[in-house]
Design a protein around this ligand. Structure first.
Ligand code: CS2
Length: 490
């Protein structure tokens, strides 16, 4: 039998499987989420589910896929229900009902605009990945970005998240409807601030009064989000369907650990998230830097270095003593101390717990998945640490090795003709210097990419020397002997 409104009660007869306890049929939509991918369904949707199980409320979610129809088509077949599979020291299943509908923006533009403009919509949340913000290397809206320049000429039928948000806010302003608050749930440093500025910059291109109204009336809280959520594999579908006794075509797998820290700078209605573990605080910056730098920097380092060494998953590469020592040393010597952690956070303990999370044998997190979109991710999780360490006179040797692993990951893919999943894939392919043997040429070529590297890093002689040396060491040595590479560089 298929997971559906008709079968959910029998699924819930298994007392170990949690199902919605609120009245799902009567729950109205109060949240529009842009980008209903695996992470949204593992994280924000689960917090919202738990809040509604606790206190009810019209916090049903309308998911809006900006491009692909897959999520809509698959979830529609099972009344938008899906299973969260928590795979950790304990295995738990919970059927999530928070998503009430999924729309595809490119096919249902009008319906998306109606949902965004409806007075019942109180919140817009986003997981559109780093590239979805269309930012330049300075973190500002790139007005030359193809989606942005297109939307500015076709404002009523946008393709970008920024275009949808501004068009909907404009409709609400004209119709005297209170604005929604906007909550980014992506691994972008200062995500709320950057999204707010991008929205204002976009509106300023054609309506200064609207830009001023948004500036005064719309909250864009910063937020830190965290839960390791590998993409769903065929084995996940089979194992979950077997366990819940109903076919779930798209369950979501995740670790036990989950955290959401939101800036408490906004008014207006929201789900009882604070009653189900969400932290509201004025100091998100410390939490965000700690997570982006101690989890995501190490994740990307393992993704590139581990892939070059032939590993496939986070668990495998972290289980290798040499790589384990490498990331512990990177965290201890160059990441901790590069930022001011929240006063209540024991940053060494936090760092050790993150590395323990990488050693969860139940989670098969592909390095290839983490390696996607490196040109966007390094700007949030590696370059800011390098910049801060250079300014503080701290070491950047291991961070340079981490960045050089990304360079070599791209160079090898180009040389071997393998697909590069990155918004700059065509740019890399257009740069013959990346195929050079001279590592100084390769480093200069990467640093010349203005949408990734600002002037300060591009012209830093010490960094260029370290990057060229790291790249050369990677090329002459076996990357699997990462400890001998680290010894040479430190
Ligand atoms: C990962 C993140 O794919 C990636 O880039 O580093 O998705 C990571 O799993 C999450 O940020 C963990 O909270």
């Amino acid at each position: 039998m298929k997971l559906s409104n008709q079968t959910i009660k029998s699924v819930g007869e298994n007392s170990t499987i949690k199902i919605p306890s609120y009245n799902r049929e009567q729950t109205e939509i109060g949240i529009v989420h842009l980008g209903p991918g695996a992470f949204h369904r593992a994280h924000q949707a689960v917090y919202t589910e738990d809040a509604m199980n606790l206190s009810g409320g019209d916090w049903g979610i309308c998911g809006v896929s900006l491009r692909s129809a897959t999520a809509r088509d698959v979830l529609a077949e099972q009344d938008n229900l899906y299973t969260l599979a928590i795979l950790d020291k304990q295995i738990n299943y919970q059927v999530i009902g928070a998503i009430k509908e999924v729309l595809v923006a490119s096919e249902q533009t009008q319906q998306v605009m109606e949902r965004l403009s409806a007075a019942t919509t109180k919140l817009v949340t986003l997981t559109i990945t780093e590239k979805g913000y269309c930012l330049d290397a300075d973190g500002r809206l790139d007005l030359t970005h193809q989606d942005i320049s297109r939307d500015l000429k076709n404002r009523s039928t946008p393709v970008s998240a920024i275009g949808y948000i501004v068009q909907a806010l404009g409709q609400r302003h004209i119709n005297n409807i209170a604005p929604f608050n906007v909550l980014s749930c992506d691994n972008v440093s200062g995500n709320g601030d950057k999204l707010r500025q991008a929205v204002i910059d976009y509106a300023m291109q054609f309506d200064e009064e609207l830009a001023a109204w948004i500036t005064v009336n719309v909250a864009f809280p910063n937020a830190m989000v965290d839960s390791i959520t590998p993409k769903t594999e065929d084995y996940t579908v089979a194992a979950v369907s077997e366990s819940i006794g109903a076919k779930d075509e798209w369950p979501i797998q995740r670790e036990q650990f989950t955290q959401w820290v939101i800036e408490d700078n906004w008014t207006g209605p929201r789900p009882d998230w604070d009653k189900v573990g969400v932290i509201f605080t004025s100091d998100v910056d410390g939490f965000e830097k700690a997570k982006l730098r101690l989890l995501n920097c190490l994740h990307s380092t393992l993704a590139y270095a581990g892939s070059l060494a032939g590993f496939e998953t986070v668990f495998e590469v972290t289980s290798d003593d040499a790589f384990y020592e490498f990331i512990c040393k990177l965290a201890k010597d160059e990441v901790i101390g590069s930022f001011l952690p929240p006063k209540e956070l024991d940053v060494e303990k936090y760092s050790n717990e993150i590395i323990e999370r990488f050693l969860n044998p139940e989670i098969r997190h592909l390095l290839a998945q983490i390696a996607w979109d490196g040109s966007q991710k390094v700007q949030m999780r590696i370059l800011p640490i390098i910049e801060d360490n250079l300014a503080l006179g701290r070491s950047t040797k291991l961070l340079s090795l981490s960045l050089a692993c990304w360079f070599e990951f791209i160079c090898r893919a180009l040389k071997e003709g393998r697909e590069i999943v990155d918004p700059l894939a065509a740019t890399f392919a257009s740069m013959p210097e990346l195929l050079n043997d001279d590592t100084n040429d390769v480093v200069d070529a990467f640093l010349s990419i203005e949408s990734v590297f600002g002037e300060s890093l591009k012209n830093n002689k010490q960094l260029k020397r370290q990057l060229a040396s790291s790249l050369q060491t990677l090329r002459v040595g076996e990357v699997s002997n990462i400890n001998s590479i680290v010894e040479k560089l430190c």
